[in-house]
Every structure is written in structure tokens, then in C-alpha cells.
Design a protein around this ligand. Structure first.
Ligand code: KG4
Ligand code: ZN
Length: 340
């Protein structure tokens, strides 16, 4: 293209993954290092914020060094430092933000703070080199369930969001109730394959007047009620059937609301993102719905769906091109809204 290469060093530490990546021109991932803390948090059945911060501090320098080494780059070869500054756990975010600021100051390279959800959405640019906005993206993770119209690079319009639990949170809570480990999404996904998704009719919630919003707490309660009822009546239930029927209910709602939005807004491209986008039922269900109705379907590889820094590098590259710059007073913003 004759264009100057822009190499981004990206850092992500918003939850329980300490991650760093080198990404060139937004889509060419030269390294993507992820140090997962899942094994520690598993012991507690969920992420313990204090432990997350401590583990990030231990790992961050090593992860950044590995990302540079694997990419065959030194800090001198890096043009921009990008870092997730929200939303997320404040103590966890601060570790990445602190590291990014120190590097930016030491080497005199620009600093760009990136929104975590923007990162999840941008994972699609890496996996699909031809994808350009506008497109519709369903973002479903442990902390978020959003339907977002990507009008242009860095321009987002939130169409709908969850009113209560995020989709991933519902997976994690239901998994815990049927005795599966943390994180529950992958466990339910696995177990679903052995169960009958039509065995139990769980509710598919929609909210009057807000067709693109989600609600998963009613579904979670329905699963808990079903389990309690079985216990009281001393009926043995099939964990696999509960997992499959629950997953089917979540996937149905996610697919239905997304396809309705695509149709109503006349958007021809549909993408998914976030940890729940790893779910095989969702990947297959959304693909089938898009094929049936003639929409183009985009999805990241599973490693780019869960938290990683390559997606932050992709988003940060486009932010940088749009002129976004942050000063050394950049702070972690745990409740950061998309588009701020
Ligand atoms: O995007 P992510 O890594 O972190 C957040 O930003 O929240 O998402 C983690 C969430 C967890 O709730 C996890 O259970 C869910 O994604 N998840 C899945 C699957 N893999 C991860 N949910 C359903 N099916 C999966 N295969
Ligand atoms: Zn995430």
C-alpha cells in the first residue's frame, strides 16, 4: 500500500487476563501474549479483584517483554502505546495504565487509552481483513451484553444492552448452580453437547418497547427454580439437559434480537464479539440465521473473543489514526461508557 507501517504495543489488564500484543496497522498481529489468572480465581468461584491486581503487577513486565520479543521488536520500533483504561476492575486497570504511561514517558511515544468493548468489537478486524464499518456487532461477555452499530472506525451507537445480568454472567451463575467450575461458559458449552436442548422450556425474555435490550436474570431464576423443584420432589435431573436447554434459551434471544436489529436498521453485515462469542451454539446459531436471511457474518477466532491485547491494538490503531491521544494524566475509568 506504500503506507508507513504503524506498530502498536497494546496492553490489557481490565479483569483476570494480563495481556500484551504487538499489532501492525491494526490487523497484523505480530504477537499476542496472555497470562491467564483463571486457575487462581477458580478456587474462589469467580474473580477476586484484590488478587487480580496483585497478579497483574507480578506478570505485566514479563508479558510486555515477551510480546516485544515474539514480534522481533524493541520499544524503539514501536510507534504507539495503547492500553485499556475502562471499563473493568479499577485496581486491575491501573496496573496496565501505569505500565503504559511509564513506557510512553520513557520512550517518548504517544499514548492512546482504549475502551475495552471497542477492543472486543475490533477483534473482528483481525479475524476478517476485509471487514469495514458500518456493521452491527453483538458484544456478549462476562461483564457486558450490548448490541452496537459500528458506524465508522471509532464511532459507536449502542442500540441495546442488558437490563440485569450480562450473558456471560448468566452462564457463570447457572454453571455454579449445577456444580460446574469457573468460568462456567466453556463448561456449559461442553456439557450442552451431551444434552437435549428441548428437554426443558426456559423463558426467552424480551422487554416491551425495547426490542434490542436483553434480560437474563429471569432465565437464571427459572433455572434455579427448576433445580429446586427437582430437589424438593427428589427427582434426578440431567445436568446436560439443563445446560443445553439454558444455552439454547440464551442463544435464541441473542440471535433473535441481533437479527431484528440488522433487519430494522438495514445493516447487511453482522458480527459477534466477547467471551460468549466463543460459544459453539451462538457461533452456529448466528451463522445459520445470517445465511438464511442473506447477511454477511463475521466472528473472531475464540482466542480473540476472550480478553486479549491484540484486540486493544486493533482498536487503538484506528483511534490513533482518528487523532485520539492521552496525556500522562490518563486514569483508569472503571465505569467508562462507549464513545466517551
Ligand atoms: O470477554 P471476556 O473474556 O471477559 C469480559 O470482558 O467479561 O468474557 C468472559 C465470559 C465469561 O463469563 C465466560 O463464562 C464466557 O465469557 N465464555 C463463554 C464461553 N467461553 C467464555 N460463554 C459461553 N460459552 C463459551 N464457550
Ligand atoms: Zn472482555
Amino acid at each position: 500500500m506504500g503506507e508507513k507501517e504503524i506498530a502498536v504495543l497494546a496492553i490489557e489488564s481490565s479483569c483476570d487476563e494480563t495481556a500484551a500484543a504487538v499489532v501492525v496497522n491494526g490487523r497484523d498481529v505480530r504477537s499476542n501474549i496472555i497470562a491467564s489468572q483463571i486457575d487462581i480465581h477458580k478456587l474462589y468461584g469467580g474473580v477476586v479483584p484484590e488478587i487480580a491486581s496483585r497478579k497483574h503487577i507480578e506478570k505485566i513486565n514479563q508479558v510486555i517483554e515477551e510480546a516485544l520479543t515474539e514480534a522481533g521488536k524493541t520499544l524503539d520500533d514501536i510507534d504507539v502505546i495503547c492500553v485499556t483504561y475502562g471499563p473493568g476492575l479499577v485496581g486491575a486497570l491501573l496496573v496496565g495504565v501505569g505500565a503504559a504511561k511509564a513506557i510512553s514517558y520513557a520512550v517518548g511515544k504517544p499514548l492512546v487509552g482504549v475502551h475495552h468493548i471497542e477492543g472486543h468489537i475490533s477483534a473482528n478486524y483481525i479475524a476478517n481483513p476485509d471487514l469495514e464499518p458500518p456493521f452491527l456487532c453483538l458484544v456478549a461477555s462476562g461483564g457486558h451484553s450490548h448490541l452496537v452499530v459500528v458506524r465508522d472506525y471509532g464511532q459507536y451507537e449502542i442500540l441495546g444492552r442488558t437490563r440485569d445480568d450480562a450473558a456471560g454472567e448468566a452462564f457463570d451463575k447457572v454453571a455454579r448452580a449445577i456444580g460446574l467450575g469457573y468460568p462456567g461458559g466453556p463448561e456449559i458449552d461442553r456439557l450442552s453437547k451431551e444434552g437435549n436442548e428441548k428437554a426443558i422450556e426456559f423463558p426467552r425474555a424480551s422487554i416491551e418497547g425495547a426490542p434490542y435490550d436483553f434480560s437474563f436474570s429471569g432465565l437464571k431464576s427459572a433455572v434455579l427454580n427448576y433445580l429446586n423443584e427437582c430437589k424438593m420432589k427428589q427427582i434426578e435431573y440431567s445436568k446436560a439437559d439443563v445446560a443445553a436447554s439454558f444455552q439454547c434459551a440464551v442463544v435464541d434471544v441473542l440471535v433473535e434480537h441481533t437479527m431484528l436489529a440488522a433487519k430494522n436498521l438495514g445493516i447487511s453485515k453482522v458480527a459477534i464479539a466477547g467471551g460468549v462469542a466463543c460459544n459453539t451454539g451462538l457461533r452456529e446459531g448466528m451463522k445459520a440465521a445470517c445465511e438464511k436471511d442473506g447477511y454477511e457474518f463475521y466472528l473472531p477466532t475464540p482466542i480473540l473473543c476472550t480478553d486479549n491485547a491484540a484486540m486493544i491494538g486493533a482498536a487503538g490503531y484506528y483511534d490513533y489514526r482518528n487523532g485520539v491521544r492521552h496525556g500522562l494524566d490518563l486514569n483508569a475509568v472503571p465505569g467508562l461508557k462507549l464513545g466517551e
